[in-house]
Design a protein around this ligand. Structure first.
Ligand code: AMP
Ligand code: MG
Length: 352
């Protein structure tokens, strides 16, 4: 995600915030709305019902947060993460940068819960496919099968990273941390926490279509549109209020096409190839980092395995659109989703 500079024009790739007419309100509360390009994506900040001086200060603080996270967490730039990546490969113990520790701790836990499907240690594989580059037009085809096979022989896992206090060491020379599958979620959680420190309780941080919303949109819940993975339109919509994140992983976000075959950026660590059973997965969860990691993991799990992985990850709301366009949902998600045009072919799972 951090490296997605080419995605900048696709403002709301996964979801849209649908504006509502505030029926019964004589004067709608003040709305602050700004969009900035940061961390490789367009981030839209919406704050409801606060004074201008406060929203301006809060927005400036959020811009600082994003620029710090971008500089520190980018997987392919010279930064704290690059230093850790080069030291992890050596196997020798080293002292860990505190700015990266939360990412490593959370992703180790989420990777374990996803049965290794969410695996941020596979940056080397992401690079082999060329998805570390901003410009995918420079990719002319998939990697040699032998190169993928060699990587699979010694597949790095998050469990290959050991740390105690602030000392860390790696146990696999192929480890290269790429937090693209959940850094956006971590960033959104951090900035929501910062907004709350300012006393702001009604807001959305929408990072390129993945968002966390707190409170309400005036007197109404927030209404979020989920994108059709095979079009630009809103496919379905959902209401959220209180504190909830909506994250979507899709095969339309970053891909190249060779001989009419689409090769996208979400790699199945079991095969070394892009996961090929899913078009998109939308996950709702209270915290954005979990929702982000789960959307990536459930995309790879596909229509057969998403239910069991959602359970181990503690996810309660999932909508998966498979490669044939069929919609798989758990009953609690089905109760909340409204389809925009015609009702698609739906497969309802057991409760989560
Ligand atoms: P997302 O859009 O959140 O599903 O994240 C996709 C990004 O996560 C890719 O561009 C890669 O940087 C990274 N990625 C790809 N495959 C995996 C995987 N199996 N586990 C974790 N991160 C991945
Ligand atoms: Mg993700």
């Amino acid at each position: 995600m951090i490296a997605r500079f080419t995605d900048c024009l696709r403002l709301f790739s996964g979801v849209f915030i649908l504006s509502l007419v505030l029926a019964g309100c004589s004067e709608p509360p003040r709305e602050f709305n700004e969009t900035v390009f940061t961390m490789g994506t367009l981030v839209e900040v919406t704050i409801i019902g606060e004074e201008e001086a406060l929203t301006d200060r809060a927005y400036a603080a959020i811009l600082d947060d994003f620029s710090y996270m971008h500089n520190t967490w980018h997987p392919w730039q010279r930064n704290a993460l690059a230093r850790i990546n080069s030291l992890l490969k050596t196997g020798a113990p080293f002292s860990l940068a505190p700015s990266i520790l939360p990412l490593i701790e959370r992703s180790k836990q989420l990777s374990g819960q996803s049965n290794g499907l969410f695996n941020p240690a596979i940056g080397g594989l992401v690079k082999l496919w060329g998805f570390h580059q901003d410009d995918l037009e420079e990719i002319f085809g998939p990697p040699e099968p032998a190169a993928i096979g060699a990587f699979l022989q010694d597949m790095p896992q998050m469990s290959d990273i050991d740390f105690k206090n602030l000392t860390m060491h790696g146990r696999n020379p192929n480890i290269h941390l790429d937090f693209g599958g959940f850094a956006k979620g971590m960033a959104v959680d951090n900035t929501i926490a910062h907004l709350r420190e300012f006393g702001i309780n009604n807001a959305i941080i929408n990072a390129g279509g993945d968002l966390r919303a707190i409170g309400q949109n005036g007197s109404r819940p927030w209404r979020i549109g989920i994108r059709d993975p095979r079009g630009e339109d809103v496919f379905a919509s959902i209401e959220i209020s209180g504190d909830e994140s909506v994250f979507t992983s899709g095969d339309y976000e970053r891909y190249f096409t060779v001989d009419n075959k689409r090769y996208h950026h979400i790699i199945d660590p079991r095969t070394g190839y892009p996961a090929d059973q899913t078009r998109s997965v939308t996950v709702l969860h209270s915290d954005a980092a979990t929702a982000d990691a789960a959307a990536t993991a459930l995309f790879i799990a596909g229509p057969q395995q998403w239910h069991s992985i959602a359970r181990t990850m503690g996810i309660k709301f999932v909508m998966l659109i498979d490669k044939a366009g069929k919609v798989h949902m758990n009953p609690a998600m089905a109760k909340r989703i409204e389809f925009n045009n015609r009702r698609p072919d739906i497969s309802l799972s057991k409760p989560l």
